[in-house]
Design a protein around this ligand. Structure first.
Ligand SMILES: [Zn+2]
Length: 242
């Protein structure tokens, strides 16, 4: 599918779904880096660009692999002060209530010093895509193993609802995950709702009835993307242990 000419250059949505009017950037202290799977970039309901616009301190990179955070950010980082939202679910440690956000070990168990780790974070990394796309990004970027692993236990229902059929990590959009994590890490509960406004508008516009132009004939001139572009090589074991 070719990129429609009437795409908004700012929010990268089709003009009829433009969410720029709802953009209200947050001055976030903890940096956000979003690694976006190339296939997710074509997704109309993707939220990486909205997240970037909603945060003054955010970076989006589209691709499959990068040598490290320095290449992405242009400066050295202390990987121990960066957290990546981990794909696995948090394991219940004991019978206590699950934390809304926790730093976990490679087995998904909350670290004893989780609160101190969270308090010392300089930035968080989100992998944007479907569950399998995010998994591909995880395995293609071994430097992620140097970062802290964070898990979210969000107690809210994603705005995605039934709009998107493809299963996602915890069925939460990248924007919602970033908003939830930052609102907790920066101790500002208002940040969550504020960040989500453009997403709510996007879903409202998506659901609004819209007169559609006649569907072009099945033999469209531009062929669908070849399946060879789908990255599926790495047999993914359950953990990163050698
Ligand atoms: Zn726009």
């Amino acid at each position: 599918m070719s990129i429609p000419a009437e795409t908004c250059a700012t929010c990268l949505k089709p003009q009829h779904l433009c969410v720029c009017e709802a953009i209200d950037p947050v001055d976030n202290r903890i940096a956000v880096v979003i690694l976006e799977h190339p296939q997710e970039k074509r997704e109309v309901l993707g939220t990486a660009q909205i997240t970037r616009l909603q945060l003054k301190n955010a970076t989006v990179r589209v691709g499959l692999s990068w040598p490290g955070l320095k290449r992405i950010l242009g400066h050295e980082v202390d990987y121990k002060r960066w957290g990546v939202l981990y794909l696995g679910a948090a394991k219940q440690a004991g019978e206590g209530p699950r934390e809304e956000i926790a730093a976990v070990d490679r087995n998904g168990k909350a670290l004893a010093d989780s609160d101190a780790v969270l308090a010392g974070l300089d930035g968080i990394i989100l992998l944007d895509g479907t569950w399998s796309q995010a998994k591909t990004l995880w395995w293609r970027n071994p430097w992620l193993l140097k970062c802290r692993r964070l898990v979210l236990n969000p107690r809210f229902r994603s705005l995605y609802g039934q709009t998107r059929r493809e299963p996602r990590r915890d069925s939460v959009s990248t924007l919602e995950a970033a908003a939830f994590a930052l609102s907790r890490l920066e101790n500002d509960p208002t940040l969550f709702d504020r960040m989500l406004k453009p997403f709510a508008l996007l879903l409202k516009k998506t659901r609004a009835p819209r007169p559609r132009p006649p569907v072009p004939s099945a033999a469209a001139p531009d062929a669908p993307p070849a399946p060879e572009s789908a990255p599926a090589p790495a047999p993914a074991p359950d953990d990163s242990s050698p």
